[in-house]
Design a binder for this molecule. Structure first.
Ligand code: PEP
Length: 249
């Protein structure tokens, strides 16, 4: 049984003060949510405040990025040890905005996935095709390359701890959601590829869908067999809409 995950990515939004007022509204709304893992990914500056305030609530905290090295002369970067110290248990890795604007590659994503796993944190590993790639009929090739590249040298013993997030780039922040059927097609393909990598252990891997998820479409997405949760951007910024997504059941 795969416990569903609903993760919210705040991107470059919310000061600490705004994070506090979000949590004051959000935590009571989800206090009775059952059978779902809730994760919030604030910007680095708000991680420790959010981690402090969610303590005891069951809500987990993620970063939106991390450096793969243990420490070093990497101006502007944040290490896994620093994230753990701030209270994060998860790291979003390979988000399409990082691939697009910060030249992240399958190789850097792989190094991050491996370092995060080795440190005992959970990667939320993102992949997905662009509109041009979909229209050219290359969706499956693209996501397979990203999947195998990002998970290279990760064993069946530790791999299933990874949370995979399928996020078609054309659906992120555009209001254009993949239909549940389009998403399910890619999710079942990814599960099948994971099986090739890790055998039966892949049955326990959670594969989230991300791309314009809202309270209005979460139910139909979650009804699909291989959709195990959602990575939410825009609709996680307001407490009431994110709480509705968390409590989709
Ligand atoms: C995201 O950035 O991961 C995302 C899915 O954004 P949105 O929900 O706004 O499309």
């Amino acid at each position: 049984m795969r416990v569903p995950v609903i993760a919210g990515n705040w991107k470059m939004y919310k000061t600490t003060e705004e994070a506090v007022s979000f949590l004051r509204a959000f935590l009571p709304l989800v206090a009775d949510a059952k059978g779902v893992e809730i994760i919030l990914a604030p910007p680095f500056t708000a991680i420790s405040t959010v981690a402090e305030l969610v303590r005891g609530s069951g809500v987990r905290v993620s970063s939106q990025n991390v450096h793969f090295a243990e420490e070093g002369a990497y101006t502007g970067e944040v290490s896994i040890r620093m994230l753990r110290d701030a209270g994060a248990s998860h790291c979003i890795i390979g988000h399409s905005e990082r691939r697009q604007y910060y030249a992240e590659t399958d190789d850097s994503v792989n190094r991050k996935n491996r370092s995060v796993l080795a440190a005992g944190l959970t990667p939320i590993f993102c992949l997905g095709e662009t509109l041009e790639q979909r229209e050219a009929g290359n969706t499956f090739d693209v996501v397979e390359t990203q999947l195998f590249g990002g998970l290279k040298d990760i064993s069946a013993a530790e791999g299933p701890k990874v949370i995979v997030a399928y996020e078609p780039v054309w659906a992120i922040g555009t209001g254009k959601t993949a239909t549940p059927e389009q998403a399910q097609d890619v999710h079942s393909f990814l599960r099948n590829r994971l099986k090739k990598l890790w055998g039966e252990a892949s049955d326990s891997v959670r594969i989230l869908y991300g791309g314009s998820v809202k309270p209005e479409n979460i139910v139909s997405l979650m009804a699909k067999e291989d959709i195990d949760g959602a990575l939410v951007g825009g609709a996680c910024l307001a407490a009431d809409s994110f709480a509705k997504i968390v409590k989709y059941k």
